[in-house]
Design a protein around this ligand. Sequence first.
Ligand code: FAD
Length: 413
Amino acid sequence: MEPLRNILRHKTAAVKFYEADATKIDHEKKVVYISDDSDIKGDISQTEVPYDMLVVAVGAMSATFGIPGVREHSCFLKEVGDAQAIRKKIMDCVETATFKDQSQEEVERLLHMVVVGGGPTGVEFAGELQDFFEEDLKKWIPEIADKFHVTLVEALPNVLPMFSKALIDYTEKVFKDEKITVRTKTMVKNVTDKTIEAEITHPDGTKSLEVMPYGLLVWATGNAIRPVVKDLMSRIPAQKNSRRGLAVNEYLVVDGTENIWALGDCSATKYAPTAQVASQEGAFLARLFNSMAKTQSLEDDIHRLSELKSTASGPEEHEKLDAQLQAREKQLNRLKQMGPFEYTHQGSLAYIGSDRAVADISWLNGNFATGGGLTYLFWRSAYLSMCFSTRNRVLVVMDWLKAKIFGRDVSRE
Ligand SMILES: Cc1cc2nc3c(=O)[nH]c(=O)nc-3n(C[C@H](O)[C@H](O)[C@H](O)COP(=O)(O)OP(=O)(O)OC[C@H]3O[C@@H](n4cnc5c(N)ncnc54)[C@H](O)[C@@H]3O)c2cc1C
């Protein structure tokens, strides 16, 4: 986590930060309603923030596609709290499985860890979970060695659809070696507290239903729109046909509005909902706003110089003011030429377990696909280089070292 207060401390511009939930955006009144959701409340816990210009960047929430039982029984992998809940649940499953006189059938269910969603999040989590078992759990509790089992479930014919075919095959082979079961063409239809009901499409096209008992279910199937965004969309007619989030133009202005911008996972663009896209959009908006501010100040300057020029006392002063005016007009024209947002894809990376990773890197107008141990080192260095602050970079390295030397932290509080 990157504490916002720490980032804002270093800003020269005045930034007011409120830790609050934006519950509603009224684009006609130009007001955002906010509510303090923390455990400790003061006299006021709900209020409104008026705005001239608004940037919506609330991200998305985990999609469940309305499948019964998913919201109630699965763990998600989106916020930091979700990761902590998963850690607690894994250890609860392991300790309950080793409880005295537990039946074999129940031990197998409790130690069956199911991950639904074969995108990078699901694949990386399945790989990490198997690592945790091989590197830590197996040493501490050898009696569960032949019972712990990770299954990755995916509705499409293969995992990691955004990667090249060779890397998909490589990932599936590595998973096989790691003893992770990959169940493709398997669509979850219903979830109870102990079982998953899935529809399997067989190679001949026939379908059958299967019931899988599980101890831990991690749901990683992509994004759904947050309620505050859904509510805003429902009140803007131009957003009627947008299904994935706020539809925006090429300058990230929300369709149907003039002074609202949206970026990242809450917006619907032709790009994938990734941090890579969100951060480039953020940098673009910062440039756009700076250029709007400079335009305003140049226009004010030009207005002032024109007035001075009209009352200039002699030809020398007139010439001097004229030169200044021309320079400002040139700057203004350059500023006004700022083009729309363009995304530069740097590549896709995913960790697949046992110190191996896959990478599809954009390179010299082409693509470079690679997988294995060296790619894993590249993956680690990419993560480090993309940490926002030196503080976090150091903390991440220390965490990796700590886990290598002492094993992973399994505390449940
Ligand atoms: C497990 C996982 C791994 C990922 N790995 C990668 C990766 O390796 N590379 C990559 O490019 N992408 C990755 N992604 C995707 C990436 O995290 C997102 O695309 C990116 O974070 C989107 O940025 P954002 O700013 O739009 O939203 P977010 O990062 O989700 O930020 C939104 C913020 O808004 C806050 N918020 C939400 N609702 C409200 C509200 N009503 N009021 C006030 N605040 C609110 C949230 O608390 C959050 O802090 C991963 C995603 C997951 C879940």
